[in-house]
Design a protein around this ligand. Structure first.
Ligand SMILES: Cc1cc2nc3c(=O)[nH]c(=O)nc-3n(C[C@H](O)[C@H](O)[C@H](O)COP(=O)(O)O)c2cc1C
Length: 212
């Protein structure tokens, strides 16, 4: 048993994140390491929301940008997730980087990115994806198996010449974290967990260590 305790103490002393004070800087460091170590989609994250009955819902989305304001993904705001976020103004994100044996959990408030930010990202997407954003009525029921192809053809014809504008319902959402937890797998399920919490986006972070 004392061997186990010694090992845990050593691992804790070595933990590269235990002494971190800035969760954004720590996330940036871990994300960069994930980009080197993980394939495919180190930027994939599980986005959790709740519906109007309080029933949880979750799906994968891609992180398209982050800074001290928060974590941005893009979607159709008329989708299930879009409607849920519009109603609650809250969301949670989870990253799992299997090779690094790390998890990051984020909970917070949501805000829409600026039109300029959404336009710039939309314009950077391949033309087919821009047409797809018009063609897909994300999360609504398809009335026929060919409905999607028909709509793709319809919008490809409509926007055959010139730029494809961004649909008004397609934009980026930023999750402004009020809580960020960093988890690192350790032997015997005695994992390291560090959580940063704050009451508001402009409040100071409080750090705590959690039992695994
Ligand atoms: C790896 C991965 C990445 C995805 N990225 C996105 C994304 O960035 N935005 C998006 O709207 N859907 C993305 N999807 C699809 C969503 O998981 C989901 O099927 C879709 O957005 C509809 O979700 P909803 O009905 O809950 O709104 C992704 C799926 C996977 C598996």
């Amino acid at each position: 048993m004392s061997d186990l305790i010694d090992e845990l103490k050593t691992l804790r002393a070595e933990a590269d994140f235990a002494s971190a004070d800035d969760p954004f800087a720590l996330f940036a460091r871990w994300f960069e390491q994930a980009r080197q170590a993980e394939s495919p989609y180190p930027e994939a994250m599980c986005l959790a929301t709740v519906d109007e009955h309080g029933m949880p819902d979750a799906r994968m989305v891609l992180l398209k940008g982050f800074d001290e304001r928060g974590f941005v993904f893009y979607t159709n705001m008329e989708s299930a997730k879009g409607r849920q976020i519009s109603a609650t103004g809250k969301a949670a994100l989870t990253f799992w980087w299997r090779n690094l044996k790390r998890q990051v959990r984020i909970r917070g408030l949501t805000e829409q990115v600026s039109d300029e930010e959404a336009d710039a990202y939309f314009a950077s997407r391949p033309r087919g994806s821009r047409i797809g954003a018009w063609a897909s009525q994300q999360s609504r029921e398809m009335q026929s198996p060919h409905a999607l192809e028909k709509r793709v053809a319809q919008f490809a014809t409509k926007y055959a010449i010139g730029p494809v504008p961004r649909p008004h319902y397609w934009t980026g959402m930023r999750v402004i974290p009020l809580q960020m937890e960093f988890w690192h797998e350790r032997p015997f399920r005695l994992h390291e967990r560090i959580v940063f919490r704050r009451d508001a986006a402009d409040a100071a972070w409080q750090k705590a260590r959690l039992y695994p």
